[in-house]
Design a protein around this ligand. Structure first.
Ligand SMILES: [Fe+2]
Ligand SMILES: [Fe+2]
Length: 272
């Protein structure tokens, strides 16, 4: 099966490029399953139900999130009724919504998707991401209850991301890093057959600071005195993600290729 993962949509420009381009990409490349990280889709902070629904309408099978998941308070309620919306699985017991789900792809494959947050330079009080993924994989092992396993590992430190990838190597189809908003060049198939990239990059304006208008972040680095709020950048967005070919027989990855379309970064289109 062919899977597309798109990194964090940031602001109006980021979500619009996904809504505009995703239907054509699915058609052109025959993607069987699409996951999109939506944690920054509403002005850079969280996601509304309307944005979530439009992203599903555009062709996403699932929307993952991260540390910004609750920035729009309505997410605390709509996460309960929208079963294609996934918040990090390692929140404390009792958190609303779901941290993983099993979905049927266009080719009939059962895809386990989970979203797990790293703790280094993030929220150290979250549950252990390694034990969290162990539980998710035990409940729905690749090759048994799942034909493919996709893990959005939302983390800051590349060391934690790499170790997490190796930890689940051979037990997941894809470990894709999100959160840092910058695409990395280390996309590869790990020894056990898991496709891996430290960060998919964002879908957003790369003439920015992580998709936010750059003036205020620069001001804070220089003066240490906030002058205003962080606002999402509004220039044309570049779409960033990875396209993965997954074996129907083993559920492991055969290829992982970067996908970048837009005005700022060098274009990269998958070849199948
Ligand atoms: Fe993000
Ligand atoms: Fe994040």
């Amino acid at each position: 099966m062919r899977l597309l993962f798109l990194g964090d949509m940031v602001g109006r420009t980021g979500r619009t490029v996904v809504w505009e381009k995703l239907p054509g990409l699915i058609e052109e490349y025959g993607f069987d399953f699409v996951a999109v990280n939506g944690e920054n889709a509403a002005g850079g902070f969280g996601i509304t139900e309307e944005i979530y629904l439009k992203t599903i309408d555009a062709g996403a099978d699932v929307v993952t999130t991260g540390n910004h998941v609750w920035d729009q308070r309505e997410a605390l309620s709509f996460c309960e009724r929208q079963d294609r919306f996934i918040r990090p699985a390692n929140f404390p017991d009792g958190a609303p919504g779901r941290g993983s789900g099993i979905y049927v792809a266009r080719n009939g494959a059962r895809v386990l998707v989970t979203n797990i947050m790293g703790r280094i330079f993030m929220s150290p009080d979250l549950d252990d991401p390694f034990m969290t993924v162990e539980k998710a994989l035990a409940a729905c092992p690749l090759g048994e209850q799942a034909d493919a396993v996709v893990i959005d590992f939302h983390a800051e430190a590349t060391s934690e991301k790499q170790c997490f990838g190796h930890f689940v190597d051979g037990r997941a189809s894809l470990v894709v890093g999100t959160h840092t908003h910058i695409p990395t060049a280390d996309y590869q198939i790990l020894n056990g057959g898991t496709a891996y990239i430290s960060d998919a990059g964002m879908c957003g304006d790369y003439d920015s600071s992580l998709g936010m208008d750059k003036e205020e972040p620069i001001n804070r680095f220089v003066s240490k005195i906030p002058k205003g709020r962080f606002e999402a950048a509004t220039g044309p967005a570049t779409l960033c993600g990875v396209a993965v070919e997954i074996s129907d027989r083993t559920g492991l990855a055969e290829t992982i290729q970067p996908l970048r379309i837009g005005p700022r970064l060098e274009e990269s289109l998958p070849v199948f």
